[in-house]
Ligand binder design. Structure first.
Ligand code: SF4
Length: 142
């Protein structure tokens, strides 16, 4: 997959927000938390978000090798959020790499409206904003 621009509304260089599922697992945002919650869904439409985790070689590989890496019953919150997967792959290094996380690409890849020139993402549909490449929001509209 080629390099792409991702705008994350949950994690900037200075601030990071996390989701915790009822089973005590820490996730970078609701998309990942929902994907985990729906992993046992039997209806294909509900299972869709989980596919974006499965299609992420790096993150899926980690979940296979260390299924409790983000489990608060096993690790402290600081240990979990400092894991390389959250410090590199699902963060700026990963977003700007040749192999960005599939979930982040699907939900938060920047699309440019060909008519207005406004930038938006699927997650931010209906809104329009500009941002710097380090993730700092700049303007709501051009
Ligand atoms: S899917 Fe990725 S880029 Fe989008 S909000 Fe979640 S962590 Fe951020």
């Amino acid at each position: 997959m080629s390099k792409c621009n991702i705008y994350c509304s949950q994690h900037s260089k200075t601030e990071r927000d996390w989701e915790i599922t009822p089973d005590g697992r820490v996730w970078p945002c609701c998309y990942y938390a929902n994907a985990w919650d729906k992993r046992l869904a039997t209806e294909f439409g509900q299972f869709g978000e989980t596919l974006f985790v499965i299609n992420d070689d790096i993150f899926w590989g980690l979940l296979q090798q260390e299924p409790d890496f983000n489990n608060l019953e096993i690790h402290s919150f600081d240990e979990i959020i400092n894991h390389p997967i959250f410090q590199k792959h699902i963060y700026f290094e990963g977003w700007q790499s040749d192999n960005p996380p599939a979930m982040c690409v699907e939900e938060c890849k920047i699309e440019i409206d060909t008519l207005t020139g406004n930038e938006t993402t699927r997650a931010e549909e209906g809104k329009a904003w500009s941002h710097s490449l380090d993730g700092t929001p700049l303007l709501k509209d051009k």
